[in-house]
Design a protein around this ligand. Structure first.
Ligand code: PMV
Length: 331
């Protein structure tokens, strides 16, 4: 009744923002991402018949109260219900990168928890079914079940059974570099769930943005198939800017960026005009993720480092799906 799993975060190139069902955590539209090696979450789950309540630790700190604990306990309830037992669990999870700072720790966190908890509970589920489970914890977690280039299907069924990710190309299909420029410490002010619900409820721009998503996914898939870097970059930048525009247009508006975020956007665009093949994307936080081809990673890194307010740079590349350890990488 014990298992350990490792999962990587993923970065969306076509963004997810908005829910069609809050309780089942169903996305309002699809999305498309790259799973990133170089950053990981390791989660150990042990169901224990002698425990009277779940014991959860995150990066060595016990989670005794609060929303983060509630999310984990609710998630374990789904697994217990599916497995037909009530045993409480020890859950120990560690990130090797900053938690809840716009670096998609919820994606790798719930992907690792889904794989470890299902395995510890003896549920021999397909990757697709595990993706449906992970989605209940966090929408982007459904994508981290798969490696490489991944598409999230929004599904149409009310029970959410067709709202899961699929692999569209393996991590070996196309070697890109993702440099994550950290521009602030600590946790972000508006978490993604609150941010997207508020946007959906109060931004007049939300619905027109949502309608652009299927077309962006279709085009991005072609660019990935053809390894068309420039094409993928223009889709990723527009998807990101439009997502942020909807949030900025909420009432009151949500602005995830700081001065360094904006400086980085300008710097990356200027570098591109000067011949360096690169593009950016930004999630629900102030950090900037810059993509380039491997041979230009050193140049891009020094350029990002030179921007005022950049505190650190983390380097990542396409990586594998969530998997139990020890064991083969899941795909
Ligand atoms: O999975 P969540 O609830 O953390 O939402 C993720 C939202 C974005 O990171 C901004 C976009 C995305 O598609 O990952």
């Amino acid at each position: 009744m014990e298992a350990t799993a490792v999962a990587h975060p993923n970065i969306a190139l076509v963004k997810y923002w908005g829910k069609r069902d809050q309780k089942l955590n169903l996305p309002a539209a699809g999305s498309l991402s790259v799973t990133l090696a170089g950053l990981s979450t390791t989660t150990q789950v042990q169901f224990d018949e002698h425990l009277t309540e779940d014991r959860v630790t995150l990066d060595g700190e016990p989670l005794e109260t609060g929303r983060s604990r509630r999310r984990v306990v609710d998630f374990l309830d789904l697994v217990r219900h599916a497995a037909g037992f009530r045993y409480k669990a020890h859950v120990e999870t560690k990130n090797d990168f900053p938690t809840a700072a716009g670096l998609a720790s919820s994606a790798s966190g719930f992907a690792a928890l889904a794989v470890a908890a299902a395995s510890a509970a003896g549920l021999d589920w397909s990757r697709r079914r595990l993706s449906v489970l992970a989605r209940r914890g966090s929408g982007s977690a459904a994508r981290s079940l798969f490696g490489g280039y991944v598409e999230m299907k929004p599904g149409t069924r009310s029970d959410g059974s067709d709202a899961h990710a699929i692999a569209i190309a393996t991590e070996d299909h196309w070697d890109l570099r993702c440099l994550i420029a950290l521009t602030a410490r600590g946790k972000k002010e508006t978490g993604s769930t609150r941010g997207m619900l508020h946007t959906q409820e109060s931004s007049p721009l939300f619905e027109s943005w949502r309608q652009t998503v299927p077309g962006d996914i279709e085009e991005a898939r072609h660019c990935i198939d053809d390894r068309n870097f420039e094409g993928l970059g223009s889709i990723a930048e527009r998807s990101c800017l439009r997502m942020h525009a909807t949030a900025i247009g909420a009432d009151p508006g949500i602005l995830y960026w700081n001065a360094a975020t904006v400086a980085l956007i300008h710097r990356i665009r200027r570098a591109r005009a000067d011949g360096l093949n690169c593009f950016f994307t930004i999630d629900a936080g102030p950090h900037v993720k810059a993509f380039c081809l491997p041979e230009q990673a050193t140049d891009l890194r020094s350029l990002l480092t030179s921007v005022d307010g950049v505190e650190n740079i983390i380097s990542a590349r396409p990586g594998g799906g969530a998997h139990c350890t020890p064991g083969p990488t899941g795909q």
